[in-house]
Every structure is written in C-alpha cells, then in structure tokens.
Design a protein around this ligand. Structure first.
Ligand SMILES: Cc1cc2nc3c(=O)[nH]c(=O)nc-3n(C[C@H](O)[C@H](O)[C@H](O)COP(=O)(O)O)c2cc1C
Length: 175
C-alpha cells in the first residue's frame, strides 16, 4: 500500500508529529510539507494529513487540500494550543473531517498539544482585554506554559502508536 504523510505546519509542531508518524509507517514512507505535495498524490492508497488548528479549524492550506483527497484511506492528525482532551479539540478535528469529500470518513484521527508562537500570544494579549477568553489571565498563562512543552516525547510516542493502529485497522478492513 502506497502511503504518504502530508503536513501543514507554521512553526514546526505539526511537522514534528508528521515525521514521527512517517517513522512508524512502512519503511520509505515520506513526510512532505503541504507546499511540496507530489503531483501523483491521488495515486497513494493512504494519506495521513496533518494541520495546525487555526481559530477552531484546520489551517487554510490543509483546508484547501482536504476536499481534494479522493484517496482510498485518509487519516487526520493535528496540533493545537488548547487541551487536546477539550471539546474545542474534538470539534476542531471534526470540522476538518467534514471538509473531506462527501461520504469520506477518516481512517483515524489524532490530536496533541503544540507550543503557541510567543508573538501570537503577545498579539492576543494586546488585542483582547483582561477577562476576555483570549486576554491575559492566570489560566491563559498556564495553558500557554503547558503548550510550550509540546509536542513532547509522549506525544510523539502516541502519534507513532496512532499510525500503527490506523494501518492495522486498514489492514483488517475496519476502516
Ligand atoms: C493564528 C493562529 C490561530 C490559532 N488558533 C488556535 C485555536 O483556535 N485553538 C487552539 O487550540 N490553538 C490555536 N492556535 C495554536 C496552534 O494551533 C498551535 O500552536 C499549533 O501547534 C501550531 O502548529 P505548527 O507549529 O505546526 O504551526 C492558533 C495559532 C495561530 C498562530
């Protein structure tokens, strides 16, 4: 089965996860940036597409690619600043899945936390008043401090396990 990993990454978090996923897939599986998608992408049996969450959805480059993925199997992975167990994380992944061609369901989904660009945090703190959900607060500072540690080794191990399980599910005809 021809498999490829495609990632969209602004500051490197999703790239790291994509490379871990590729390393867990059959030898020779490539991880390429969304800007370097091969011309024969449609010929791959399986695509793992990764993106960063931008205002509750897949970032623009990934969002543009999602509806074009007619490949037999498509698995999704993402990174975000918020808690990956939050409803926001699940909803953001689900929104991305809905951009797939009609009737197509992802073969697997994975999301983990990723450091938020300090310049973006600074901009948000300037833009939104204290008390606003995106404004500075002890809770917000704690969230960013936690995000800054990710993706960590445990996230990358979980990403590798996700890749292996997705391939097993595909092999068993479960997805
Ligand atoms: C413009 C912008 C919007 C973002 N929107 C969200 C968001 O809605 N929810 C969230 O949890 N994180 C959000 N983030 C944080 C990123 O999704 C997170 O830092 C991600 O790991 C970045 O991945 P990358 O390093 O691959 O670019 C946003 C970041 C930026 C720059």
């Amino acid at each position: 089965m021809r498999t490829i990993v495609v990632y969209s990454s602004r500051t490197g978090n999703t790239k790291k996860v994509g490379e871990a996923i590729a390393a867990a897939l059959p030898e020779g599986t490539r991880a390429v940036s969304v800007q370097q998608v091969p011309a024969d992408l449609a010929d791959y049996d399986c695509v793992f597409l990764g993106f960063w969450i931008d205002r509750g959805q897949a970032d623009k480059d990934a969002a543009n690619l999602l509806p074009k993925l007619m490949n037999k199997h498509v698995a999704l992975f993402a990174t975000l600043g918020a808690d990956p167990r939050s409803p926001h994380a699940a909803e953001s992944l689900e929104k991305a899945a809905q951009l797939l061609p009609e009737g197509k369901k992802p073969a697997g989904k994975f999301i983990c936390q990723g450091a938020v660009d300090p310049k973006v945090i600074e901009m948000m703190y300037k833009m939104f008043p204290k008390g606003h959900v995106h404004g500075q607060s002890a809770e917000r500072d704690a969230l960013h401090a936690e995000a800054a540690k990710h993706p960590d080794e445990a996230d990358l191990a979980a990403a590798r396990a996700f890749a292996k399980k997705t391939m097993e599910d595909i092999g068993r005809g479960k997805v």
